[in-house]
Design a protein around this ligand. Structure first.
Ligand code: PMP
Length: 675
């Protein structure tokens, strides 16, 4: 097994020409020397080569390598994938370690760790950048030559040819990945890379404090401890800006879903629905479309065929900060080091409960569950016990999969008639009947219409049912304290879930203390209890989620992003003349989409075509804009491109009365709300 480090270097940087040969440190060694020395010193690296271009401008790099007896390969300027592939093929590398010439402080110890992890796991791709936990500028990626050859043969997108490993990273299902995670928190915010003049000033200031290459990251941190002001020199530089710009400007690329289809066949043999969640299964998406995801980052996800999507589903709303949020993930890892589930309660429970009582207006006490359905069901049982009444009034919305809640709705096969008779349904905004004498609770999703919510509040005060807000969606989205904080109407009980722990399974029943106390003896008390109620990874994730949301004003950003998207999508709908067919309603962090039948298309056909084309053009969407904090302007630009593409096709289908042909071969699923 030959492990070859390939240092990618060229003189023609637009921002800082000639950067790789700029002198650094007290004895003025060129940046490339720093990088080379580190790569050479790394354990497990057998040889180090430089890969540059054949351009005249790169003569100095070749000359420098020749002077120092360093193997140097020339290749394509823009097809860097080809350049690295050819260099690796020439030296017969089995494992390629990719390093870039603009990382003077790359640490041999970190390179060695990445190489070692590759060796131990046999993973096709091992890095310290996915997820990003290390300073920008310590980037190391090690991959098998076979995966490089595969990418070299198959990858066609310019971005993949230029960025070398994006194809490998995207195809995680085919090419398994592993990561070296930084043991020190918060270092992903550091910028130690050499890309601009300010970076050069920063790197020079650091290098002057070191004893020459190779650098060690702990030594750099020690310098920054002594001189924290150095960070100001090159702060606020957006990361990977050019990459995101390039992605946002890419034309729509064809996508295929063979692996998803094959996985579906396999899963369907052993899993009814081939999925655990209705709305994540084939019944929700017109086929063919992706059915299985492999990973996500921020507001973007990848399917098992390696297709990339801006994710406007956000896992059905748990991902409020985005996939793999560095702070939440760290909190989970830290807690994991102590254990996940325990034989008694832990201190985390009260810690989080106290936070929730501070944030949520109606919350005087708190109990935890795992799913939204757990806590809506607990709330109903509690309301029945507290009021001594049996009936439940649902004012629109979806509240989970349990008997009482799906009674009388779609798919209530298996719910006993006796239970069905106790649940009555109204549309949101409809007035309850006059006789509420046997009604224990009115439950509502408080997504809008504060006057209506206040009206329900008054009705409950007068007639005796408890008012329950199902804030499984609105909680941590409209405001940390939910819609009750946003609209200023306070229920008796409320149910939170979804976004509470940025993707970890956690829900909370909160409410008035006199009602919540009924959940404990003396008997008879209301029984609500589960093995995993106090599972600590989710509690730790939730504490970290709340801390970040408060610290970084996440709610405001989500409203802003949602509002920008709403306004631009509205313009596009108008521009395509589809205002009578598609509409947007609801609040900015969760804009819902509505379809109206057209003389040439049914609502179901419109939904199917909409989803098919949005997905085909790179936006995973069901029926709403599920905004997360990590959605960038570039992501939004890509979504708008998808909309433009989709609306043009819908317009054409309606004008030419050919929607059926457009949907040929695609299944059409009716749009229903469920989990
Ligand atoms: N209430 C609302 C408002 C929901 O949207 C959902 C899930 N979509 C639930 C309750 C049930 O939550 P879970 O699927 O986590 O049980």
């Amino acid at each position: 097994m030959t492990v070859t480090a390939v240092i990618i270097a060229r003189m023609g940087s637009t921002r800082l020409p000639g950067k790789v040969l700029m002198p650094l440190g007290r004895d003025g060694r060129p940046v490339l020397h720093w990088v080379y020395t580190a790569a050479r010193a790394a354990a497990g690296v057998d040889q180090v080569v430089v890969a540059t271009t054949g351009l005249v401008g790169d003569d100095p790099i070749r000359a420098w390598c020749a002077r120092h007896d360093i193997p140097c390969y020339q290749g394509s300027e823009n097809d860097v994938l080809d350049r690295v592939y050819c260099a690796a093929a020439e030296v017969e590398a089995d494992i390629v370690v990719r390093i870039t010439g603009d990382c003077p402080f790359i640490d041999p110890y970190v390179i060695g760790e990445v190489v070692r992890l590759q060796k131990e796991t046999g993973a096709d791709y091992v890095s310290n950048i996915d997820p990003r936990t290390w300073p920008d500028g310590l980037d190391v990626e090690a991959f098998t030559f076979d995966s490089l050859a595969f990418a070299h043969e198959v990858a066609t997108r310019p971005i993949d040819r230029e960025c070398v490993t994006t194809f490998i990273q995207r195809n995680r299902s085919r090419l398994p990945a592993a990561a070296v995670v930084c043991p020190i928190p918060g270092l992903h915010k550091e910028r130690w890379v050499l890309d601009t003049k300010n970076d050069y000033r920063f790197c020079s200031a650091i290098a002057n404090e070191l004893h020459g290459p190779p650098a060690r990251y702990l030594d750099i941190l020690a310098v920054l401890d002594r001189k924290p002001e150095l960070r100001k020199i090159n702060r606020h530089h957006p990361m990977n800006e050019r990459y995101y710009e390039a992605i946002a400007n890419e034309p729509i690329i064809p996508r295929s879903y063979e692996r998803s289809q094959a996985q579906f066949e396999r899963a369907h043999k052993v899993i009814p629905l081939a999925a655990q969640t209705f709305s994540k299964s084939f019944v929700q998406f017109p086929q063919p479309s992706p059915l299985f995801l492999s990973h996500g980052q921020g507001g973007v996800c990848w399917d098992i065929d390696g297709n990339e999507f801006v994710d406007l589903v956000s896992a059905l709303l748990p991902n409020i900060l985005g996939y793999r949020d560095a702070d939440v993930d760290r909190a989970v890892r830290t807690q994991l080091a102590s254990g996940a589930s325990f034989s008694l309660s832990t201190e985390l429970e009260a810690q989080l409960a106290e936070k929730l009582t501070r944030l949520i207006p109606c919350a005087e006490m708190v109990r935890f569950g795992k799913n939204g359905s757990d806590v809506t069901t607990a709330a109903i049982r509690l309301a029945r016990a507290y009021t001594g009444r049996d009936r439940v009034l649902i004012c629109g919305g979806y509240h989970g999969w349990h008997d009482w809640s799906i009674a009388g709705a779609f798919r209530d096969l298996g719910v006993p008639t006796a239970v069905k008779e106790l649940t009555a349904r109204l549309d949101f905004s409809q007035c309850p009947p006059d006789d509420l004498s046997n009604v224990a609770a009115i439950i509502v999703e408080p997504e809008g219409n504060p006057q209506y919510l206040q009206y329900l509040r008054n009705v409950c005060d007068k007639e005796g049912p408890l008012l329950i807000f199902d804030e499984v969606i609105t909680g941590f989205r409209f405001a940390l304290g939910g819609a009750q904080e946003y609209y200023g109407v306070t229920p008796d009980l409320a149910c939170f879930g979804k976004a509470m722990a940025n993707g970890m399974p956690l829900s909370a029943l909160v409410g008035r203390a006199d009602i919540m106390r009924k959940l404990e003896p003396p008997n008879p008390c209301v029984f609500f209890s589960g093995t995993f109620g106090g599972e600590t990874l989710s509690l730790a994730a939730s504490i970290a989620t709340i801390a970040k949301m408060e610290r970084e004003n996440v709610i405001d950003k989500i409203w802003e992003t949602g509002e920008t998207l709403r306004s631009d999508v509205t313009d596009l709908i108008r521009a395509h003349g589809l205002g009578d067919v598609i509409g947007l309603y609801g609040q900015a962090p969760l804009k819902r989409i509505s379809m109206k039948a057209h003389e040439n298309a049914t609502v179901d056909q419109l939904w199917a075509l909409f989803r098919k084309e949005m997905i085909a053009s790179g936006t995973l969407i069901i029926g709403s804009h599920n905004i997360c904090y990590a959605h960038t302007q570039g992501d939004i630009k890509r979504v708008l491109k998808s909309y433009d593409h989709t609306l043009a096709i819908m317009r054409e289908a309606l004008d030419h009365d050919n929607i059926a042909r457009r949907l040929e071969g695609a299944t059409i699923a009716p749009m229903v709300r469920a989990s």
